[in-house]
Ligand binder design. Structure first.
Ligand SMILES: C[S@@+](CC[C@H](N)C(=O)[O-])C[C@H]1O[C@@H](n2cnc3c(N)ncnc32)[C@H](O)[C@@H]1O
Length: 206
């Protein structure tokens, strides 16, 4: 096994260990700190599209919200954790869900045609190569398609030890807030959440 494959397999093992025990309490606990997700879902629902793929759908909570409002659309998901994939498959039987990694998953053929929207909701901060994952997703969009990213921001509005403490806590769970400039260099718009806690970026095809 080469170094990249070993790194990936370690990442997957970590995800399966972590989500293996926490997946049953995931949705209840995450509503207290994965802010901005409902806003990103609402933004998506303001526009017409027919095919959407979520990268790292977790329990499928975003896909369920989107499907409830747009049942005629096609939904797909690519998930690195087999433990989470099991949950998402049972929650979203109408979606095409597959195991894969954000850096090189095949999004174009998942729904029979390239997706109009690719959603990264608190996933990009967990992937090992966020720059590569974004470039890859952009290359797989349908013409006129868009990527929507919602994830931790720079945390600039958190005072005193709050921001470093939050960063350390996130690090323990293999979460790294996105490097400054990553979204700026590609996004056509970025919405900053309160206190710099989260950001919602819209990124078009290259
Ligand atoms: C913090 S959870 C977010 C889940 C969901 N998107 C949400 O908003 O609730 C991150 C998800 O991304 C998945 N993930 C982490 N690294 C990944 C990668 N390289 N490729 C695909 N999925 C990944 C995790 O297994 C997990 O399900």
């Amino acid at each position: 096994m080469d170094a990249a494959a070993l790194h990936r397999s370690e990442h997957q093992q970590f995800l399966d260990r972590y989500y293996g025990w926490s997946r049953s309490i995931y949705d209840v606990t995450r509503k207290y700190y994965l802010f901005g997700r409902d806003q990103a879902v609402a933004q998506l629902l303001e526009e017409p599209w027919r095919r959407l793929v979520e990268v790292g759908p977790g329990t499928g909570r975003n896909l369920k919200l989107l499907h409830a409002q747009r049942p005629e659309a096609q939904f797909g998901g690519v998930e690195a954790s087999t433990a989470m994939l099991e949950v998402a498959r049972s929650a979203c039987p109408w979606a095409v869900l597959t195991e894969g990694f954000a850096e090189d998953a095949e999004y174009r053929d998942l729904l029979g045609a390239p997706p109009d929207r690719i959603l990264f909701s608190y996933c990009l901060s967990m992937v090992q190569d966020p720059e590569g994952a974004l470039a890859h997703a952009r290359s797989q969009l349908a013409p006129g398609g868009e990527i929507v990213v919602v994830d931790f921001g720079g945390l600039g509005g958190l005072r005193g030890p709050a921001a470093p403490a939050l960063r350390r806590w996130l690090e323990a769970f293999h979460v790294t807030p996105l490097p400054r400039g990553l979204l700026e260099s590609h996004a056509r718009s970025i919405l900053e959440g309160p206190l710099g806690y989260y950001r919602i970026a819209r990124i078009s095809r290259p």
